[in-house]
Write a protein that binds this ligand. Structure first.
Ligand SMILES: Cc1cc2nc3c(=O)[nH]c(=O)nc-3n(C[C@H](O)[C@H](O)[C@H](O)COP(=O)(O)O)c2cc1C
Length: 375
């Protein structure tokens, strides 16, 4: 049996052992934007999973661009030093390719952590003024963001550039620009959150202008031999919002600026979106983007079963899959999926005695484990 999921490939000159990648996942465990030992454990554990690449969580390019006070940032020397320490550690235990997703939370910044209720911070709780393309709150009762001026936009663009330079010094293999889930760049793209009347609002071309300016500036500032990708929305899942046609146009424009890949996600711009959550619910958006633009494309969203992941890649719906919750649930998912698909995934030398070739029960246990994940 030969597996497409476990076939090597390359993105922007970066060689990858297979098509299983780890999605960026906020841990809300940083202090002043600086990674902590939690990140060593979390990313270290995922680094030895057998996946080919992993992304460090959405990392704020400014303090105000963080979702919560506990999110990672790349705006200080201390942030950069701690990220380098984490990356150096992961490299010492695994050849996995490591990237960081850089972003700005826009009107979704200044909130509590999920396990504290996700509500916006109130006065006295360390709230800060949020920024957005238009002064439209995320939902009724939420604080209104301040509409960004041209100097605000220049400052945010410069912060993206500075963060990209810090990421390069910290030693990442690649960068991802966060432009989905309703955060700042996505807010520029979506007609639901962008009501501007200048050249950054209105038509699709105008709404794409600032995100593309940011991409261009980041691409120019990041080492040419390393790739830059983007996470984009296939749809807002809301009437009057961003549509799959828009995703195709945006992916094409990104590709023309040298974007090495897109991972197609969606939603998050409004809180009352109707998301038809089910296995692989966003895969059709990735498939369309890939077919119509030819850009290297990742699929994300409720991909948890090895056969499902295999089918997505084998049928050409996406070049790779990006897994979030399945990896938290079972950090050995890639190794177990390889067992199910008759393929091989890497084990750290310290763990090689648990690989199927040296320990036959692994075959049965790997199958049970991935079935549990998909249940
Ligand atoms: C704990 C957690 C944190 C997340 N943080 C981020 C993030 O930092 N950036 C991002 O683009 N998506 C984030 N997501 C969304 C995932 O990357 C992914 O798009 C989504 O969970 C759907 O994939 P899944 O069904 O495999 O979980 C997060 C998801 C989880 C579960």
């Amino acid at each position: 049996m030969s597996s497409s999921l476990f076939t090597p490939f390359s993105i922007g000159g970066m060689t990858l052992a297979n098509r299983v990648t780890i999605a960026p996942m906020c841990q809300y465990s940083a202090v002043e934007g600086t990674m902590t030992d939690w990140h060593l454990m979390h990313l270290g554990s995922l680094a030895i999973s057998g996946a080919s690449m992993m992304l460090i969580e959405a990392t704020g390019v400014t303090p105000e661009g963080r979702i919560t006070r506990h999110c990672t940032g790349l705006y200080s020397e201390e942030n950069e030093r701690a990220m380098k320490r984490t990356i150096d550690y992961c490299r010492s235990i695994s050849p996995i390719r490591i990237g960081v997703q850089i972003g700005h939370a826009g009107r979704k910044a200044s909130t509590h952590r999920p396990w504290e209720g996700r509500a916006y911070l109130k006065n006295g709780e360390g709230a800060w003024q949020t920024l957005a393309p238009s002064a439209i709150p995320l939902a009724a009762g939420w604080p209104a963001p301040r509409e960004m001026t041209r100097p605000d936009m220049d400052a945010v663009k410069q912060a993206f550039v500075a963060a990209a330079q810090r990421a390069a010094r910290a030693g990442v293999d690649f960068l991802e620009i966060h432009s989905t889930h309703g955060y700042l760049l996505c807010e520029f793209l979506s007609p639901l959150s962008n009501h501007r009347t200048d050249e950054y609002g209105g038509s699709l071309e105008n709404r794409m202008r600032f995100p593309l300016e940011v991409f261009r500036a980041v691409r120019a500032a990041f080492p040419a031999e390393k790739c830059v990708g983007a996470k984009i929305s296939g749809t807002d899942f809301a009437d009057g919002g961003w549509m799959p046609d828009d995703a195709v146009e945006y992916a094409r424009a990104l590709r023309n600026l040298g974007c090495a890949y897109v991972t197609v996600s969606g939603g998050g711009v409004v809180l009352d979106a109707k998301v038809p959550v089910g296995p692989g619910y966003q895969v059709p958006y990735a498939e369309r983007v890939r077919k119509e633009t030819g850009i290297t494309t990742g699929a994300v969203g409720l991909i948890s079963d090895p056969q499902q992941a295999e089918e997505i890649v084998a049928s050409g719906k996406a070049d790779f899959v990006s897994l979030a919750r399945a990896m938290l649930f079972n950090p050995r998912w890639p190794q177990h999926a390889a067992i199910v698909l008759g393929a091989e995934a890497r084990y750290a030398p310290q763990y090689e005695r648990a690989a199927p070739k040296s320990w036959p029960p692994a075959k049965a246990l790997g199958r049970i484990s991935t079935q549990e994940v998909s249940a």
